[in-house]
Ligand binder design. Sequence first.
Ligand SMILES: [Zn+2]
Length: 205
Amino acid sequence: MLYDISPLISEHLSVWPGDTPPGREVLLDMAQGAPISLSTLRATVHLGAHADAPSHYGLGAPAIHERRIDVYVGPCELVRVRAKRNRCLEPADLPEQIQSPRVLIDTGTYPDPSQFNIDFAALSPALVEFLHERAAILVGTDAPSVDPFDSKELLAHKTFLRYDMAILEGLVLKDVPEGSYELIALPLRLEGFDASPVRAVLRTI
Ligand SMILES: [Zn+2]
């Protein structure tokens, strides 16, 4: 069984304030007598469920097309935490025995992808380091960032950079039971880009 953990991409999907929301420009429309329908998508690459590239937060760091794709497919653990809004999650907020190459964290602090809220729970650098020590190569969250909304130093992102760990943001995890899955969340092969939307799914094992 597959759980879809990607929000619907539509004009109602919210993006980071100031970023480019999704828009569809119709070039040809069969309903108007055209032989085919054809349209153009214009949007930020940080769209809904997406993978950040290291070049998003590290000068000269790899772009999304340079990332190993096997990081985005494989065994995964979904954990649900009691996160406080406007706070950073610490290692103590995670199950003590957590050990997985991929960890998805449902903070529950970004409940509606069509309504951007700035007080989502972020990840502390200590938590990223803790998961690195527990063999994690990828961490995902339901929040739109791993750092607090108003963060300038981006300490969590920098910790991901230091350990060459991958980031997934904007996941929809609330309807999925905690447990072990196979994650499939491949980014597009976008040359030079700082992120890519993903179709993220969890397969039951
Ligand atoms: Zn990010």
